[in-house]
Design a protein around this ligand. Structure first.
Ligand code: SAM
Length: 235
């Protein structure tokens, strides 16, 4: 709890990653009564609020990667002065490959209260659906854009004993799957989860070459999570 009884609370609220029906009742209630919402794209969050039936307009603050460092201090000041603030992403859980970490860190440094209304996130959804071992995993978010850095990452985790979970953009998915095959071999078991919870949800799990070929034949539009099993794992 707060070291300062007068300070406001920062609440991280998870929102759906595609299917609006996945919003939790608690997230809905908290969003409807929020007075100040820090969000990535104010249009996206504004639309979600309308769908939820928000009657009065909360203050929406655009909180993005580009202004996160500067705004983290400002928002922490407002929290310290007693204002409650809600943090949401465009999709999924704030601070998971999205803005939030710096604000939460600033709150922790100052002893300001932070809580959450947990819910959807693509990393847990993909891991649980993939069929790859889920007893332990490394979530590495987005890899760097340059091929050399990506291959170095794959090389350094070649013998890692747990599943690796990565986010990848639709523009790079084919190239990345080729890099995985090149670095880890055509038989390394991987899973590619596309458009989770949406109409065109597709999950391919199997040897990297087979999965790469299936992805090459299908649509490469949408959002992707790539999972890599430990060496020797077979479906
Ligand atoms: N905060 C989000 C979360 O909790 O998952 C992640 C935001 S990150 C900017 C966006 C990336 O997450 C996408 O490029 C994709 O890799 C992954 N992602 C988000 N939604 C997804 C979905 N419905 N299906 C597959 N991947 C998804």
């Amino acid at each position: 709890m707060s070291e300062n009884a007068k300070s406001g609370t920062l609440t991280l609220i998870a929102v759906p990653i595609g299917n609006l029906g996945d919003i939790t009742e608690r997230a809905r209630q908290l969003l409807l009564k929020a007075t100040c919402i820090a969000c990535e794209d104010t249009r996206v969050t504004g639309k979600l609020l309308s769908i939820l039936g928000a009657e009065k307009r909360a203050e929406l603050i655009s909180f993005r990667e580009e202004n996160e460092i500067r705004l983290a201090e400002t928002l922490a000041d407002r929290l310290a002065q007693g204002q409650d603030i809600v943090l949401v992403s465009d999709a999924g859980t704030p601070a998971i490959s999205d803005p939030g970490f710096r604000l939460v860190r600033e709150c922790r440094r100052r002893g300001l209260p932070v809580t959450s209304a947990p819910g959807p996130t693509a990393v847990a959804t993909a891991l649980s659906l993939s069929g790859l071992p889920s007893d332990g995993f490394l979530f590495a978010g987005f890899l760097p854009p340059k091929k050399a850095a990506r291959c170095r990452f794959l090389e350094s985790y070649k013998d890692f004993n747990y599943t690796i979970v990565l986010y990848e953009s639709c523009h790079r998915i084919s190239k990345f799957l080729a890099e995985v095959e090149e670095t880890l071999g055509e038989n390394r078991c991987i899973s590619v989860c596309r458009e989770l919870t949406k109409l065109h949800e597709t999950i391919h799990t199997g040897p990297s070459q087979e999965v790469r070929e299936k992805i090459a034949k299908g649509s490469q539009k949408g959002e992707f999570v790539v999972l890599i099993a430990k060496d020797g794992f077979e479906l």
